[in-house]
Design a protein around this ligand. Structure first.
Ligand SMILES: [Zn+2]
Length: 150
């Protein structure tokens, strides 16, 4: 297989990136831990009274939202680490070419090279335009205007 960058420098780059991702994940997990601890301690200060059940439920909801958002990030990091281990990281999923190192540094979770990404965005845009036109036609035929796309 012909490769643009030398195998050795690519290997070093990916090794550094892996360390960076592991560091990112460690910090993220530590952050979630201290958030949960802080909230648990906040609960303790309020003491045990009849309001506890309600506030506990509310806190659980907050925790769920927080961890949901952070879980997505952790999943992205895990996926990238998996691909690093399998040797598929940094290879465009669409055209199979190596993704440029500057691009991976800026967007470590990307699975597409710049060209393929632009191609996809173009397609997404024309798909949106198509949907917009359809919505316009539908609006002309009906009176409901509450389906505005942002
Ligand atoms: Zn590509």
């Amino acid at each position: 297989m012909a490769k643009k960058s030398t195998a050795a420098s690519r290997k070093k780059f990916l090794g550094d990136l892996k360390e960076h991702l592991l560091d990112m994940k460690g910090k993220l997990l530590a952050g979630i831990d201290s958030e949960l601890k802080a909230e648990r301690e906040g609960n303790k200060d309020e003491g045990m009274d009849t309001y506890d059940l309600a506030s506990e439920e509310r806190d659980r909801e907050i925790n769920f939202i927080l961890s949901d958002r952070e879980r997505v990030k952790i999943k992205q990091i895990d996926d990238a680490l998996d691909r690093l281990d399998q040797g598929t990281y940094g290879v465009c999923e669409s055209c199979g070419l190596e993704i440029a190192e500057e691009r991976l540094q800026a967007m470590p979770f990307t699975r597409l090279c710049r060209d393929c990404q632009q191609e996809q965005e173009k397609e997404a845009k024309s798909q949106r335009r198509f949907d917009d036109e359809r919505n316009t036609y539908r609006k002309l035929g009906s009176t409901d205007a509450d389906e505005e796309n942002p």
